[in-house]
Design a protein around this ligand. Structure first.
Ligand code: SF4
Length: 334
């Protein structure tokens, strides 16, 4: 599931499991199911300048994937490439150089900002680390970046608690962009904000992406929000990508029953019907401690067939251009 052209960022068959046997004091605790299968054979590419939206329910592995792609956490298996370089094999010095080019904007702007530091210190810190800027240089650059994200120079000496939620997210955005990265992971950047503020931040991110020629991995659980900002979208269920393709195609003609259920869950204010399939999943998502065999969605799928319970579906293309892929036995060619 790669982007057309050479991708700037690429994940190849990435697995991530967490061992839950360690207790409070590092002792091993006997548990029958102790491995959390957070990611299973996840593959995708993001072309330079593209926004790939990643959508799925809470706990499906979206944020784990973000951290693995940035190598904030190592994958259990598989590889992540940045500009063709395997960063899963990169040493500490090489990763330090690459980190400037790959940044993250967090979901909770308040939790991600040090309450004891001023805005100048928070936004200027990456400059001091990555570019060894002097205090004076850093101050000038931070002031310019604050203006760019809609804040003011007079905010330099203020602390995070003196700002609204939307302003704090602008500080988080300024901190991510101050070192002029090429790739930015936006990890649910508007989920913690009031609806009235969400649109402002989304527009800001769109403008910054254009002006700074950024490449985004935009993570969210709101289809409307992710669809609005994305060129392509990937749909994740229980640690696996089940559908990927052009955002418009997925929003107008979702192929996977899980994607259809996500769309069916979007409330309609006009009360009218439309031509989208209305699939209602049954039950709750399974635990990543014990994912179901075969298709992981099968216990909830209204179209489940015998093969779904034993064989994991492989991704197949469902459009003429070969860019819309779905992992579902309904579309298997054999
Ligand atoms: Fe449903 Fe089977 Fe497709 Fe899974 S593979 S989504 S269970 S039809």
């Amino acid at each position: 599931m790669t982007a057309p052209g050479t991708p700037l960022v690429e994940a190849r068959k990435v697995d991530k499991t967490f061992d839950t046997r360690k207790g409070l004091f590092g002792r091993l605790i006997a548990r029958r199911d102790y491995l959390v299968h957070a990611l299973n054979s996840v593959s995708f590419g993001i072309a330079r300048g593209e926004t790939l939206g990643l959508i799925g329910e809470s706990g499906c592995g979206k944020s784990t994937l973000a951290r693995v792609v940035l190598r904030l956490q190592p994958p259990t298996a598989g590889q992540v490439f940045f500009e063709g370089e395997d960063i899963t094999a990169a040493g500490a010095e090489r990763m330090k150089a690459l980190r400037r080019r790959m940044q993250i904007i967090f979901q909770d702007p308040y939790a991600s900002l040090n309450p004891r530091q001023t805005v100048e210190q928070i936004v200027g810190l990456p400059l001091r680390i990555h570019q060894r800027a002097t205090r004076r240089q850093a101050r000038d650059e931070v002031a310019a970046m604050l203006e760019r994200v809609g804040l003011k120079t007079l905010h330099l000496n203020r602390f995070p608690h003196q700002f609204s939620g939307g302003q704090r997210q602008r500080i988080g955005i300024a901190r991510a962009l101050i070192v002029k990265p090429e790739f930015v992971v936006c990890d649910e950047p508007v989920s913690a904000l009031d609806v009235s503020i969400q649109a402002q931040i989304l527009h800001l991110l769109q403008d910054l992406r254009r002006d700074f020629a950024l490449t985004f991995l935009f993570i969210g659980h709101n289809l409307s929000v992710v669809g609005y900002v994305s060129d392509r979208m990937a749909v994740m269920y229980l640690g696996e990508i089940v559908e990927i393709g052009a955002a418009r195609g997925i929003l107008t003609a979702p192929a996977h029953p899980y994607t259809q259920s996500l769309l069916a869950a979007v409330p309609r204010l006009d009360g009218g019907g439309d031509d989208k399939p209305r699939v209602r999943p049954q039950g709750d998502p399974a635990s990543p401690l014990k994912p179901p065999p075969g298709c992981r969605f099968h216990p909830r799928c209204p179209h489940v067939m015998p093969v779904c319970r034993s064989e994991a579906p492989r991704p197949v293309t469902v459009d003429a251009g070969g860019l819309h892929e779905v992992a579902c036995h309904l579309y298997s060619k054999t």
